[in-house]
Write a protein that binds this ligand. Structure first.
Ligand code: VGL
Length: 202
């Protein structure tokens, strides 16, 4: 749970600045209630992320949306040696973006975890439909600072954020636009602390 004071952090900026970008991590059906790997209240991030996307679009800020896009048989899944129930299998309803997520047409979708031995928690392992990886897409648009939200705080959001920081991007978190799996209670809070220690703000 987020404390009320955290909910007000990372309000959408009145003015974005040059170099800003928005990264929405895995806002997919399977990570929401009713999905195969549901995150508690995962669906509640959708209106928040939709508002961010609309504001970014108005400001001409590039928007990137990652998705898990697994084959039916992958070592990421428990049945084949991994730890997770099957989720976000490419082409299934569970892999689709949540219906309450409103994405402007300019949003660039990047997919990850397509290999049969690939966990791909980080959006930096994702590629667009032409095979261009996220870092190249960001660089082409001169993005140096990412606002990051999505699912789940303690896995793909954390991994994407730590990767972004390691690659020299600045990161501002959108805490009210993310939720945690919390395999162990408190994992989400720990992940937030870890991201902030690594240099993420908000
Ligand atoms: C995720 C667990 C397994 C995530 C993906 O998107 O955070 N979590 N696969």
């Amino acid at each position: 749970m987020l404390a009320p004071e955290q909910m007000s952090l990372s309000a959408i900026p009145a003015t974005f600045v040059a170099g800003d970008g928005l990264l929405l991590v895995d806002p997919q059906n399977d990570f929401c209630p009713g999905g195969s790997l549901p995150v508690a209240d995962g669906d509640r991030v959708m209106p928040v992320l939709s508002d961010w996307a609309a504001s970014a679009q108005r400001a001409g800020v590039p928007i990137f949306v990652s998705r898990d896009w697994h084959p039916p048989r992958t070592t990421h899944f428990k049945e084949f040696g991994g730890v997770w129930p099957p989720h976000c299998v490419n082409g299934t309803r569970g892999a689709e973006f949540h219906p309450e997520l409103r994405l402007p047409p300019s949003a660039v979708v990047v997919s990850k975890g397509m290999g049969e031995a690939e966990d791909a928690y980080s959006a930096f392992q994702a590629r667009d439909d032409r095979g261009t990886d996220l870092a190249s897409l960001l660089d082409a648009r001169r993005v140096r600072h990412l606002y990051v939200g999505g699912l789940a705080t303690d896995y793909c959001v954390k991994s994407s954020t730590l990767d972004a920081l390691a690659r020299g991007y600045a990161v501002t978190l959108i805490p009210n636009g993310m939720r945690a799996v919390d395999v162990q209670a408190g994992d989400g809070e720990k992940a937030l602390a870890e991201m902030r220690t690594a240099g993420a703000t908000a």
